[in-house]
Ligand binder design. Sequence first.
Ligand code: P6P
Length: 332
Amino acid sequence: MLRFTMPVTLQHHVQQHHGAELASVIQAIAEASVLIERSLRTAALSDILGAQGSTNVQGEQQQKLDVLANDLLTEVMRQHPAVAAAISEEDEDAIVFTGKRDAAFVAIYDPLDGSSNIDVNVNVGTIVSIQRVASGIEPTAAALQAGSAQAGALYVNYGPATMLVYTAGRGTHSFTLSNGEYLLSTEGLTIPPQGPYYSVNEGNADDFPADIRDYLQSLRSGGLFGTRYGARYIGSFIADLHRTLLKGGVFLYPPTVKAPNGKLRLLYEANPLAMLVEQAGGMAVTVPMAGMPAERILDLLPQALHQRTTLAIGGPVEIGALPARATRHLVA
Ligand code: P6P
């Protein structure tokens, strides 16, 4: 007898576990990502590759596709009745949508992370954090809540397959894009407790705190766990994070001379991915200079929309083994 199980769509999965309102926001983001994906696939055939000729609030060269992805996602959020405001890596200030004062959520996103890799056809991603707006609270204040308050978090990994991974606090689940629809591929993703890879930009190693350099050397040599780790670094956070989530190991962005507070942004890179990894059984902490205590990423209270953070994110074994100053009090 033919065995056939109906594929589970993203909207159905979110609605079943988290209710219709959040499901409709996540579905709207998913639909925007389908439009972004279509532009990416044929970018080399149309005049949308390369630099836009402008810089964003981070002082970074905007790629044409950064602007396209941002405009798409912001317009979809503007039209959604449950989204009060959008905070984007590409815009200095929050965009508060008029006429939606009582909307339940704010969307905080990096519309196209890793975009400098597009011209060489490397995976890029869309990263979204969703915070709830309590009544009487300004949307920007809602965006500055700690990551532990997030109502949901997701990323889209535009790669050989386009995959969307989301959590709303009850596990981390992955979906694969098929004919314009995201279908459930893995429910309840679990990060391997210990993985084969570490992922860091070795070019910055001379800047890292000495004990972090020692930690990395002990992963390479096998001194820490008896097995030698491989190095993998793609330079596109979504790609490095997705591999870490599925294969295990640790991704680090320690302090550098150029980025003493780290490079990755707290609100729309570290927070959403920390929620996704914690929901999959992993951990995410800061990597401060020696002598400073590390903190759980999701406990940090943001002071500014675009603030950066140092980061170590991955399996509990590797995070638990970070130098004592870092995480001893954090390991469950
Ligand atoms: P570096 C891309 O520009 C990005 O924001 C992340 O996607 C990526 O992990 C990181 O920067 C790479 O930074 O300094 O190693 O090139």
